[in-house]
Design a protein around this ligand. Structure first.
Ligand SMILES: Nc1ncnc2c1ncn2[C@@H]1O[C@H](COP(=O)(O)OP(=O)(O)O)[C@@H](O)[C@H]1O
Ligand SMILES: [Mg+2]
Length: 441
C-alpha cells in the first residue's frame, strides 16, 4: 500500500519535531550547522586518512612477518637467530613448536576493519598456510604459521595496529561541540530571559497584577521592547489614576446639588405630598444611577489582584442575595484560591446573581477547578436569553428591562476579561440562563 503525503505534511511533521521555544530554536540554529560541518570533516578527512593509515600499519606488520618467514625458509638452520632478531626489532614475541600441524585453515574472518587489512596483507606477504587468533589474548593477536617441521607462533602487540590519534580527534570533536553548546546555552538564556520576562509582565499587567517596571536585559531590540513596555505601563497607570480622581470629583460635585435639591424640596409647602414623593424618588434614582455609572467608569480602579479564596467570596455574595429574597444554592470545594481583585470580582458576580434573582425564582451557583483554569457557573430557572441577543446584551447600555441601565452584564464582562478570563451566556440544561465564567487558575 502506498501512503500519499500531502504537500503540507512534511512541513507539519517538521514543525512538530522542532522545538517550539525561542531558546530551543536558537540553539538548534547554532548546533545543526556545526554538527553537519564536523560530520563532513570527520568523513572526508578522517574517513580516508584512517583507511590509509590502517592499511599501512597492517602492511608493515605483515611485511615484517613475511620477511621473517622468508629468511627462515632460505636457511632453516638460522631459525632461532631470526626469531630472536624479530622479537628484538619488531617487538614480536615468537615461539617455535616442533612437529605441530595447524588445523584451522584458512584464517578465520577478521572481526574489525583494521584486522581485515591485516588479514589481507598477510595473505599477500606470507607464502605459507597460517591462521590468526584475533581476540583470544588481551593486548596482542597471535599469528600461527605452518612450517615444514612445526609451527611458528608470533604474538603481535595490538599497539602496532592501533591508531591513537583518531580517538584524540574524536574526543576533541565531542569536547568542542559540548563547549559550544554550553556557551551558546548560557548566552541564549539571557536573551530569551528578557523576552520571557517581558511576556510575563505584559500578561500579569493585563490581568491586573501591577508588578512595577521590568528590568531591561538582553539584545538591544529586547531592551527597547522592555523599556517601551515600562513606559506604556506608566502611562496607563497615570491615565487610570487621573480617571479615578476625576470621577470621584464628578460624583462629589453632582451629589452635592442633588442633596441641596432634596432639602429644598422638603421645605416647599406648596408641593402636594404625592408630587413630593415622586420627585424624591426621582432624586434617589438619580443618585443611584450616578453611583452605578461611576462604578462602571471606575472599572479597573487601582485595586490590586491578590490571592483570594473564591468559596468565601461566593458565600458572602450569595448570603447578600438571600437577604434580598433569592432562593439560591451554592456548591464549591472547601478551598479554591484564585488571584483576584476581590472588590471588582464581587461587583461582577453580584451583578450576575442580581440579574438571575430579578429574572428567575431559583439560582444555583458553583465553582470548581477545571484543568488549568477555574470555572464558575451561575444557573437560573428564568426565561434565559435567546442566543442571538446574547452578544448585544453584554454591551453597555443594552437593556430589555424598563428602568434597567444595561450595565450589569457589561461591567461583569469588563471585570472578568481584565482578570484574563472569559464569560459565556449559555442555555441551562432544563431551561433558564447559564452564565459560565472561566478564570485563569
Ligand atoms: N439571568 C437572566 N435571565 C434572563 N435575562 C437576563 C438575565 N440577565 C440579564 N438578562 C437580560 O439582559 C439584559 C441586560 O442585563 P444587564 O446588563 O444586567 O442590564 P440591566 O439589568 O440593567 O437591564 C437585561 O435587561 C435582561 O433582559
Ligand atoms: Mg442587571
Amino acid at each position: 500500500m502506498k501512503i500519499r503525503l500531502g504537500p503540507l505534511q512534511p512541513e507539519r511533521i517538521l514543525r512538530k519535531l522542532l522545538p517550539r521555544g525561542l531558546f530551543g530554536r536558537s540553539l538548534l540554529i547554532v548546533l545543526v550547522p556545526m554538527m553537519v560541518l564536523q560530520g563532513v570533516a570527520l568523513q572526508i578527512f578522517y574517513g580516508t586518512h584512517l583507511d590509509e593509515l590502517s592499511r599501512r600499519l597492517a602492511g608493515a606488520v605483515a611485511g615484517e612477518i613475511g620477511f621473517m618467514i622468508d629468511q627462515i625458509d632460505r636457511d632453516p638452520t638460522r631459525r632461532t637467530l631470526v626469531m630472536q632478531e624479530a622479537d628484538l626489532h619488531f617487538t614480536f614475541h615468537t615461539v617455535f613448536i616442533h612437529n605441530q600441524i595447524l588445523r584451522h585453515l584458512p584464517p578465520p574472518d577478521a572481526p574489525g576493519p583494521v584486522d581485515t587489512d591485516l588479514a589481507r596483507a598477510l595473505v599477500q606477504d606470507v607464502h605459507r598456510p597460517f591462521n590468526v587468533a584475533w581476540h583470544e589474548h588481551a593486548g596482542f593477536l597471535r599469528v600461527n604459521i605452518q612450517m615444514a617441521d612445526g609451527v611458528i607462533s608470533i604474538d603481535v602487540p595490538r599497539k602496532r595496529l592501533f591508531i591513537g590519534t583518531f580517538y584524540l580527534f574524536l574526543i576533541w570533536l565531542i569536547g568542542s561541540a559540548l563547549l559550544l553548546v554550553i556557551l551558546a546555552a548560557l548566552f541564549l538564556r539571557t536573551q530569551v530571559r528578557g523576552i520571557k520576562r517581558l511576556a510575563e509582565a505584559a500578561e500579569a499587567f493585563g490581568m491586573g497584577r501591577d508588578n512595577g517596571p521590568i528590568r531591561p536585559e538582553g539584545a538591544i531590540e529586547v531592551r527597547r521592547a522592555a523599556t517601551a513596555f515600562n513606559r506604556m505601563q506608566e502611562r496607563l497607570r497615570r491615565f487610570l489614576s487621573q480617571r479615578t480622581t476625576m470621577l470621584a470629583g464628578v460624583s462629589h460635585d453632582l451629589r452635592t446639588p442633588l442633596t441641596r435639591l432634596r432639602l429644598a424640596l422638603a421645605m416647599q409647602p406648596s408641593v402636594s405630598p404625592d408630587d413630593l414623593q415622586d420627585m424624591e424618588s426621582d432624586i434617589a434614582e438619580m443618585e443611584h444611577l450616578i453611583g452605578i455609572y461611576l462604578n462602571f467608569a471606575r472599572g479597573e480602579g487601582s485595586e490590586q489582584a491578590v490571592p483570594s479564596e473564591l468559596p468565601a467570596l461566593l458565600e458572602e455574595i450569595c448570603a447578600a442575595a438571600k437577604r434580598a429574597g433569592a432562593v439560591i444554592s451554592l456548591s464549591t470545594p472547601e478551598a479554591l484560591t484564585a488571584t483576584l481583585r476581590p472588590e471588582a470580582m464581587r461587583r461582577a458576580l453580584t451583578n450576575l446573581i442580581e440579574n438571575a434573582r430579578r429574572h428567575a425564582s431559583q439560582i444555583w451557583v458553583s465553582a470548581a477547578r477545571s484543568g488549568a483554569s477555574i470555572q464558575i457557573l451561575i444557573d437560573d430557572d428564568g426565561p434565559g436569553i435567546p442566543a442571538q441577543k446574547r452578544e448585544t446584551l453584554l454591551k453597555p447600555f443594552e437593556s430589555e428591562d424598563p428602568g434597567g441601565t444595561g450595565l450589569g452584564l457589561a461591567i461583569a464582562r469588563d471585570i472578568i476579561v481584565a482578570h484574563g478570563g472569559h464569560i459565556y451566556l449559555l442555555d441551562r440544561p432544563g431551561g433558564g440562563l447559564r452564565v459560565s465564567i472561566d478564570l485563569p487558575g
